[in-house]
Each structure stands twice: as structure tokens, then as C-alpha cells.
Design a binder for this molecule. Sequence first.
Ligand SMILES: Nc1nc2c(ncn2[C@@H]2O[C@H](COP(=O)(O)OP(=O)(O)OP(=O)(O)O)[C@@H](O)[C@H]2O)c(=O)[nH]1
Ligand SMILES: [Mg+2]
Length: 195
Amino acid sequence: MQAHCPASSTRGSIMHQYTPISLTIEIWGDGAVGKTCLIQRYLYNKYVVEYDPTIEDTHIVVRGGCRIKFVDASGYNGLIRDAEESEDERNAPRVIIIAFELTSSSSLEHAKVLREKIPRGVGFILAGTKVDVGHGREVADNGKAAAQSFKCGYFRVSAQNDVGVKELFKAAIKLGLGSQAPTDDPAAVGSESRP
Ligand SMILES: Nc1nc2c(ncn2[C@@H]2O[C@H](COP(=O)(O)OP(=O)(O)OP(=O)(O)O)[C@@H](O)[C@H]2O)c(=O)[nH]1
Ligand SMILES: [Mg+2]
């Protein structure tokens, strides 16, 4: 699917209404590996210490003529494609970030199971989270080996300390939009939660 971002870089509510989704970035992964914190850090520069399991949240951002939808999936409820998606949204390119926790081998095993669920042709990246915790060297190396066998990108990140988060999302946007990727970082213009 060819990504399409209109030449105009108008931002804000007008664009929010009229511009179709250019790209959907979904974060998959086991419960509590830090998916929500990654999105919160990237889009709002916030870090949430309390754990509040996600049902599913959607955030829409507009940047450089592109409207990007971020889907924060649940670690426990299974992966459900949003039934309310418009045709534009369904047709937009998708990129999936599979997150696992660098200190948890079981979350890496779960990431491998999730990888099998990615439809053919959809780009994906593996992300090892909570690198600030400081243990998990072996799991980190196993993550690297898994990414090599999947032939996908691999990032070790910390939402808490803001390590590697921008680089991870920048790579995801580039993977989805190629040369159409905006050069500046997204800022959220609209966010919605869908139970
Ligand atoms: N030390 C550390 N803790 C983190 C980091 N990111 C998230 N956490 C903590 O891990 C817990 C779970 O984070 P969430 O982002 O809610 O996890 P999730 O993957 O969205 O979980 P579900 O919504 O249930 O699937 C929270 O208590 C966070 O504060 C990090 O980079 N470092
Ligand atoms: Mg969550």
C-alpha cells in the first residue's frame, strides 16, 4: 500500500477533520510490559508510575501533512481490530511494535507468538522495554537474536528515563511512510479511548 500524505502541512482541527489516516502504529505485547507508558512518553512526554491495565486506547496525531493513528492494545484482552474503523483507516499502512520486557523471558516468548499473528506484508519492530531496570542482559541478547531471526528492527527503550523512545517511533513512522515520513516529532491533536 502506497502511503499518502497530502503536500499541505496544515495542522490542527481543520486537518483533523479532512485528512485521512496516513498510517496506523499499533503496540502489541504482554500485559504490563510498558506499552501505554511508551505512547504516553512519546506523545505527551509523560510518565505514569501507577499501573492501570488498558482496554484499548487510540491517539490521533497530525504532523507534516500526515495523520497518524496510534493504537495502544491491551496485553490481556486479545487483539481486536477496531470495528468502528473507517475505510480510510482500514486501508492505511500499518506498522506494529511488539513490546516485551527486558527482564522477562516469558514476555519475549509471548512476543514470538504475537509475531506469528502479524499479517503478511505488515511491517513490525521489536522493542525491549524498561532498560533502566538494569537486569535482563540475557533477555536483551535473546531479543536481539529474535529480531535477527524475524529480520526486523530492534530497540531497547525506557519510558521512565526517556531512552530510545523517539528513535523507536521514528523508525516505526519511517517503516510505514518511507520518504513521506514527517521530519518533526508528532504532537497529539486528538485522543480518544474506545472501550
Ligand atoms: N522501571 C520502569 N517501569 C516502567 C517503564 N515503563 C512502564 N513501567 C511500569 O510498568 C507498569 C506497566 O506499564 P504500562 O505501560 O501500563 O503497561 P502496558 O503494557 O500498557 O500494560 P497493559 O495495558 O495491561 O497491556 C507501570 O507500573 C509502569 O510504571 C520503564 O521504562 N521503566
Ligand atoms: Mg496499557
